[in-house]
Design a protein around this ligand. Sequence first.
Ligand code: ZN
Length: 136
Amino acid sequence: MESIKNKLIRFMTGRYGIDPLYYAGLFLALGLMMINMMVNSTILMVISNGLILLMVLRGFSRNISRRRSENEQFLKLWNPVKKSGRIFLRRIKEIRVHRYRKCPHCRKTLKLPIKRGKHMVKCPACKESFAVRVIV
Ligand SMILES: [Zn+2]
């Protein structure tokens, strides 16, 4: 007798599977469901359930190249958001030790040790000096 695992492997052969867009879609649907718990809207319920159904059907799709290009388009939008979010969280984590300031000459972001008051900083990239004020 064939095991369930082997049947599942045979079923998923040649199908697309799970990608970051799948997780994003499910996360968005979950968010819509949570909002829907407060506003109790039928439209929101249909949209969130439709989104889940769409993501599951994408996973079972045999048109792999099309699904892959959809995911690439999603990642083109998502990766800059993810990167800026990561930078934002790092700045919050290091708020007691460092301050981040942008060099007015070359626009490069510098990580500076906390030194309260106004003082001059020399940019290591363009070697220009500029004034930095750290209040808190
Ligand atoms: Zn600079």
